[in-house]
Design a protein around this ligand. Structure first.
Ligand SMILES: NC(=O)c1ccc[n+]([C@@H]2O[C@H](COP(=O)([O-])OP(=O)(O)OC[C@H]3O[C@@H](n4cnc5c(N)ncnc54)[C@H](O)[C@@H]3O)[C@@H](O)[C@H]2O)c1
Length: 357
């Protein structure tokens, strides 16, 4: 039985705990969160401080699901405890945090999965397979929109004012366009607007659009908004387009060919969560893959380099938003060991494990 610790007992911490509890090979050995103990934790030991969890729970692996800006301290503590971890996206929200976390991870040689759950999303895995099979030719341009209704920043996330569409949504699309381009980002130009959320007490970007160029000459435009109207069916919009030299793909990533006309969230991925008594969906399969790696004692490519590269691109998005200039993302530190650099080449990191659905 693998003993899993969960740091951050919010929406994602709870989902991952459910996946662990549904596994015959793992158990939730402890949960840490500085705030009140949520009811779903039941009899599981609970700590207000993640260092206590790490000291007292004899863990085999850890999930870090704290708010976007609060991954650094738990990740460094988990690395120093020598434990494999799944850390939610974004890996970090500053270059300083990213490098400090990577230093601890590399020094302790711990496996890391960064929560780029779309690597387990069948829509997107199929696109990558079409690209790899040469069905679409070399990448020319990509376009991705991942947005939320105002419910997410104003009601769902208590810390939205310390995040933004850049940090909450764009990690997914930056990861995807990099994975599909099979190339590194060379420049970023971003524009955005503010005011709608600020007027309601959450001072952050309403919407951001970014133009990315890649080393291979292709480009991508990304849009992420936190101000979709409440009348949007479901709280997420996610569309994606790839144009290659010989073919193209268009995807409505949310659409599953099934619409449940029951409430205002009817388009919210009805084929996610429990279906036929089984937990299904990309974040579930990602967590199951992490557990599977723990049980087998063998991890695939580390997500470290991808996590850091996505953070570097998003830091550049923020800088471009603030300066109005085109920004070149900072290079990853030269001290990342070759083994990590090779396994983690853009386009490779976070590959689905052979056992993922
Ligand atoms: N909610 C989603 O749909 C979603 C999807 C994908 C990824 N994520 C990512 O998952 C992470 C968590 O998001 P969430 O939606 O679960 O947020 P949440 O607010 O529901 O939960 C975060 C929890 O972390 C706790 N916390 C804060 N600081 C902490 C610390 N230092 N140590 C331990 N716990 C701490 C908070 O008290 C809270 O209970 C974020 O990085 C987010 O971007 C969320």
């Amino acid at each position: 039985m693998k003993r899993i610790g969960i740091i951050g007992a919010g929406i994602r911490g709870r989902l991952f705990a459910e996946v662990v509890r549904a596994s015959p090979h793992a158990m939730v050995a402890g949960v840490a969160d500085p705030h009140v103990r949520p009811e779903w934790i039941g009899e599981t030991p609970f700590y207000n401080d993640h260092t206590q969890l790490l000291r007292q729970s004899a863990l085999d692996g850890v999930v870090v699901a704290t708010p976007d800006y609060a991954h650094r301290d738990p990740v460094i503590a988990v690395a120093n405890a020598g434990l494999p971890m799944l850390v939610e996206k974004p890996f970090a929200t500053t270059t300083q945090d990213s490098e400090a976390m990577a230093e601890a991870i590399v020094r302790n040689a711990v496996p890391v999965t960064v929560g780029f759950e779309n690597r387990w999303n069948p829509h997107l895995v199929r696109i990558r397979e079409a690209i790899d099979a040469g069905e679409l030719g070399r990448p020319v341009w990509q376009q991705a929109e991942l947005s939320n209704t105002q419910y997410v920043p104003l009601e769902m996330l208590s810390w939205a004012g310390r995040s933004s569409p850049v940090w909450f949504l764009m990690p997914h699309t930056v990861d995807l366009v990099t994975w599909f381009a099979r190339s590194s980002v060379t420049s970023v130009r971003a524009v955005g607007s503010r005011g709608i959320l600020r007027a309601q007490g959450t001072d952050t970007w309403d919407a951001v659009q970014a133009l990315l160029t890649f080393e291979n000459g292709s480009s991508a435009t990304l849009t992420s908004s936190w101000v979709l109207p409440a009348s949007t069916p479901g709280m997420v919009e996610f569309t994606y387009a790839f144009n290659g030299a010989t073919g193209a793909v268009r995807a409505d990533v949310i659409d599953q060919g099934l619409t449940v006309l029951a409430d205002e969230l009817r388009r919210q991925a009805p084929l996610g969560g429990p279906v036929g008594g089984q937990l299904v969906g990309a974040p579930v399969w990602m967590m199951q893959s992490f557990l599977d790696s723990l049980v087998r004692g063998a991890f695939g490519a580390s997500g470290l380099r991808t996590g850091m590269a996505v953070t570097a691109t998003l830091v550049a998005v923020e800088e471009s938003l603030n300066t109005g200039m085109t920004v070149v993302p900072s290079k990853l530190p030269g001290w990342l060991p070759d083994a990590v650099a090779t396994a983690d080449d853009p386009g490779e990191a976070g590959e689905r494990s052979a056992t993922a659905p």
